[in-house]
Design a protein around this ligand. Sequence first.
Ligand SMILES: Nc1ncnc2c1ncn2[C@@H]1O[C@H](COP(=O)(O)OP(=O)(O)OP(=O)(O)O)[C@@H](O)[C@H]1O
Length: 452
Amino acid sequence: MPCHERHNQLPPEGVGKRSSRLGSKLLLPLVIVLSWVYTFSQTVASVVLEKQERVKELLAVMGVSRGVQWSGWMLEGLCSSIITCIVLSLRLKFGGLAERSDVTIILLLLVSFVIAMMSFAMLVSTFFSRATLAGLAAVSIYLLPVFTGIATSLFCNVALAEACLVLANSEDSGVGLQWANINDPAGPGESYTVTGAIGMLWLDAVLYAVLAWYIENVFPGEFGVPKHFYFFLQKSYWLRTPSPKDASTLPAPHGNLANSNFLEPEPENAVVGVSIDSLGKVFGKKDAVKGLSLNFYENQISCFLGHNGAGKTTTISMLTGTCTPSSGTARLYGLDIRKDMDAIRANMGVCPQHNVLFNGLTVEEHLLFFGRIKEMSEKELKGDIDMMLSEMDLEEKRKAFANTLSGGMKRKLSVGMAFVGGSKVVFLDEPTAGVDPFSRRGIWELLVKFRK
Ligand SMILES: Nc1ncnc2c1ncn2[C@@H]1O[C@H](COP(=O)(O)OP(=O)(O)OP(=O)(O)O)[C@@H](O)[C@H]1O
């Protein structure tokens, strides 16, 4: 049903105004709608917290697409909310508020609402980067129709409230809401039906998801490379992303470097893995990175040395796609960081400057999780994980949760996560910061081992 049609069919009053006119039983819509405020605001805050703590970005950098991340959130939210839906439906049926109605219709209505609400939470989360602010704003956004009297079913909670009004009216009439009268309006002169409300909830869910997907791509926020506003019209967005080119087919090392008197000559017969070409990043008026041209070679460990604020992290952020270059570009195995980031990420491992760990996962589960993201089977990973744990001296902590590890142990685990799964290019930002000398040597040895 087109949105504008539904819009016209709605009564002019908002949820709050309308409910206040009704008897105590007709407060049902308001009570049901308000009972989801907390779930909504918590979902928005949790999604934004992942963004704030850069978990979302690390997952993206390691090759987990936004779609998969959002599906995970939807699934988690649905699983926990479905129990609430079942309890609420039974409570309405056997608690006397909807005793004549069919409980399966009430359940269908609530589940449809939860799906739309989760999708709405994803959309709202795209506008925020701080979890506390997002949680508070989510409450206001959710209550907006109640306080302003906006009565469009494009708000999923308005659609739910209207359906609850039909439910309350059918209870009052003594028949209750049944599958046989599900298409009947609330009363004479009314046009809203429960099927219409459920249809609108599904339409809302799709609409919110599409909007969230568009906004995420065009305005990815502080961390991420924005796409063109017409990105969905580009063939390259929909077609399979290119795979890394064979290193031997790549162009020769950057000419400027080879001819400079101040630089080491390029190694002979070495294959270029990463080729940085006049890369630059400007923050406001400040050049964080300016005209950087450099090649990194296969089977070698290269490192940036520089004072605090020299631009090392910014360079790594550009190479891993968490920030957009202001000028120049870089190619990783022939793939351009401005265009082919999804393909690059499938073969890339990253250990960010700040540990990004999941408190609910053990050390072994972290390695397993990131290895599985790189599409390796559990069997294939077992040997790798055993070797890593012993090299990093974390064997004893195999089953320990991440939040019980010391700072140094967390760092070692972060390094392990970057290597697990056989990534072709691995970026490590200060991998041994805060690690004791013995473990530092362990990490170095690990790096040498994984070089090839
Ligand atoms: N998001 C940002 N907004 C504005 N300026 C930034 C931002 N990120 C970095 N900078 C600035 O860019 C410059 C380079 O910072 P960067 O973090 O890349 O340095 P670094 O070499 O990694 O430093 P450190 O060794 O301390 O980690 C600094 O002057 C920093 O203040």
